[in-house]
Design a protein around this ligand. Structure first.
Ligand code: GLN
Length: 468
């Protein structure tokens, strides 16, 4: 076995026993990146020198690939946008600082949809990423580079971000475990904001245990992010000990199963996952989340609204590409933004500005916030009856590059992940099987209540065992 194939736990064990050093691990990942990245395109850049220097200074640390919107001092942070080409971070995001303090080092910058808007990484302004299970297909998105790097063994583990599904859907497409933590569990300081009431950073890994270890390393209160409460971070890896399906109440919601447009193989794998949980001792509980059907509409008001405000800073003055054509202040702003942003980002900014504009604010944004509350209540009621929901993660397996041309069809990819994002609860994607003909990986989603990551991880771990 090559070192780059290892997961976090295996790497930590080998490091502790002195079988190899962090430098050996980083060198192995670099060799793999050199050999394979041309084909997969998971990484945008890889600063070998910095990664090796960090490894030398931390001989027991595990390298982690980082989505290109998280700031690492001295590294580019492009958000896969021409807007930020050439930008170099002056500081470490809190997740990076936490990670470094707990035995990890950042190594390599991975591709994504521009500013995390998308579900296939095709919106990257800087390059194509391919699915390691079938290079004619997308890796999912927006954390597609992270998923392709983990699934293709181009890294040990990776950090992604999830606003409406961007950790879970690519994890499902690339056979990884992905965890979207509860809103507030992980600091976003130093993470380029997309939709501030939804964004979370989370682990993408080769096993639930690895995801638990990495989540424990990045989570916690941060005075630089006012949404992070002072709740202590449990030992998530320890919480997995003795994980079992026995007596777990798994909620099954018709709103997630009897849905049009779901691929029959996804449906089969989800049904089999439910049956396997039951066979392993779980109790199946029927629940209903009646406002699920509104989640998509609510998300595509709230997320673009927040994005339009967050992306206002990229004006060619303080941040971002500066047009050479500009003649005055007005054209500096408009030309820089027109040249720097790609089409999906522009679409979101236009939608967001529209729903926030005077006269429309109450009709769209205000109303969306009210429906968001109803969606959140659906989850509260469901979790009074069950420990976790089990749902499909994405409606289809990985689709072909270029297959989805219409933005609305692309948006539908997040049908199953958006409601839990709006509710601020935690959710995971865990590999559940492969499609029969195309042999593509498919994950299922588990959803638990807010700050119930221990429970989520235990159930995910138990599932990993029963899915074998
Ligand atoms: N695909 C969704 C979007 O485009 C979610 C993206 C994300 O979670 N960052 O907004």
């Amino acid at each position: 076995m090559e070192l780059y194939e290892l997961g976090i736990r295996q790497a930590q064990d080998g490091l502790a026993k002195g079988e190899f050093t962090s430098t050996d691990l980083v060198r192995s990942v670099i060799d793999r990146w050199r050999a394979k990245n041309g084909e997969i395109g998971a990484y945008l850049t890889f600063d070998e020198e910095q990664a090796l220097a960090l490894a030398k200074a931390n001989p027991k640390a595990v390298p982690v690939a980082v989505k290109d919107l998280i700031n690492v001092e001295g590294q580019p942070c492009t958000c896969a946008s021409k807007m930020l080409k050439g930008y170099v971070s002056p500081y470490d995001a809190t997740v990076i600082r936490n990670m470094k303090a707990r035995g990890f080092i950042p190594a390599g910058r991975v591709n994504m949809d521009e500013f995390a808007m998308g579900s296939s990484t095709e919106n990257s302004g800087l390059g194509v990423t391919r699915n390691p299970y079938d290079p004619t297909r997308v890796p999912g998105g927006s954390s597609g580079g992270s998923a392709a790097a983990v699934g293709g063994n181009l890294c040990i583990a990776a950090l992604g971000t999830d606003t409406g599904g961007s950790i879970r859907q690519p994890a499902s497409f690339c056979n990884c475990v992905g965890v979207k933590p509860s809103y507030g569990r992980v600091s976003r300081y130093g993470v380029t904001a997309f939709a501030s009431s939804l964004d979370q950073v989370g682990p993408m890994a080769k096993s639930v245990e690895d995801a638990a270890i990495l989540l424990g390393a990045i989570a916690g209160h941060d005075e630089m992010d006012g949404t992070t409460p002072e709740d202590p971070v449990p030992d998530y890896a320890k919480a997995l000990e003795g994980a079992s399906m026995e007596g777990v109440r798994i909620g099954i919601a018709k709103e997630y199963l009897d849905v049009e447009g779901v691929d029959p193989e996804v449906r089969r794998i989800t049904d089999e996952a439910i049956a396997k949980c039951e066979a392993a001792g779980a109790e199946l509980v029927e629940v209903s989340l009646p406002h699920t059907g509104y989640a998509m509409a609510v998300y595509y008001i709230i997320a673009p609204a927040e994005a339009s405000a967050n992306l206002a800073r990229f004006d060619g003055v303080r941040y971002g590409h500066r047009s050479a054509e500009a003649k005055d202040v007005f054209s500096l702003d408009t030309k820089s933004r027109a040249e720097g942003f790609g089409p999906e980002v522009k679409r979101r900014i236009i939608m967001g500005t529209y729903v926030l504009s005077s006269g429309y604010y109450d009709a769209y944004y205000g109303r969306a916030q009210k429906v968001r509350t109803l969606i959140k209540r659906d989850f509260d009621e469901a979790f009074a009856k069950c420990d976790a929901l089990l749902t499909p993660c994405a409606p289809t397996p990985a689709f072909r590059i270029g297959e989805l041309q219409d933005p609305l069809t692309m948006y539908l990819n997040d049908l199953f992940t958006i409601p839990s994002s709006l509710a601020g609860v935690c959710a995971s994607s865990v590999p559940a099987g492969f499609t029969r003909d195309t042999k593509l990986p498919v994950g299922v989603q588990f959803i638990c209540g807010g700050f119930e990551e221990e429970r989520l991880l235990r159930i995910s771990r138990a599932f990993e065992e029963v899915a074998k």
